[in-house]
Design a protein around this ligand. Sequence first.
Ligand SMILES: Cc1cc2nc3c(=O)[nH]c(=O)nc-3n(C[C@H](O)[C@H](O)[C@H](O)COP(=O)(O)O)c2cc1C
Length: 267
Amino acid sequence: MNENWRQICDDYVKVTSYDRATLDAVWEGRSYDAKNRPETYLTYPDALRRIPLGEPEFPEDTASLWKVFAERRSKRNFLPEALTLNELNVLLWSTQGITADMNGYKLRTSPSSGALFPLETYLLVSRVEGLEPGLYHLDVKGWALEALKFDPEIAETAYSIALDQEHCRHAAVTVLWTAVLPRCRAKYYERAYRYVWWDVGHTSENLNLAATGLGLGCVSMGAWYDKQAHELLGIDGKEHVSAMMASVGKVGGDWKSDRRAPSPEAD
Ligand SMILES: Cc1cc2nc3c(=O)[nH]c(=O)nc-3n(C[C@H](O)[C@H](O)[C@H](O)COP(=O)(O)O)c2cc1C
């Protein structure tokens, strides 16, 4: 435990703040070479299996945007039913799908500070038709899943990483987003350490809304053991860090009766 945490956190807020009086001086001499910026896309050429996702097929009878906003609720009462691969594809497209090309920057369904896209998407898949349970990574550019590890007990890993949150045991998929800091830091320096969290907030909300539109349940998670997550993914936890989690699946029953188990009032 770091006894000095409050001072460190105050310093973080201070050092990442913009101040009109000092901003020009802070930025003097800094440069950013957009053409030679850090690589935007991470892929795993040695993946155990590559599953091309193709174009998602959108359901024709989706609720209106306004109804989706009104109906979005964090839902954790997951059923033991599988998602279809297309449902997963629609969810992933809604969070990170490439939708435009602008002067060498490929833009996505989620906004990103400076269009730098520091996020990576990892999936702990328990029940998706056509996918063996295990750990997967989303290859955004090639729009495919890369199987990194097959593991029938992957839901237990999700549960254990996410501070033993019971719903992870029952979710069809638990998403673990990470941020590759140099992509954002090369341009924004200390401010990048704010931007990446904002990026992931936008992306996770897209997941929540897309899940609602598909009639699925979704819950975002800010509570997980960072080190354990980094070890699972084989990332260093410094330049490439865990950023947020979310669980998704088919749901049943009343969401009110299934707030965060085992103590509903703790929610
Ligand atoms: C950043 C963030 C972190 C959260 N972390 C968790 C979590 O770790 N576990 C959980 O069950 N819910 C988590 N939630 C969901 C909140 O508990 C939920 O959004 C809140 O109770 C409001 O309920 P609603 O989303 O149904 O409107 C998180 C939500 C956000 C935005």
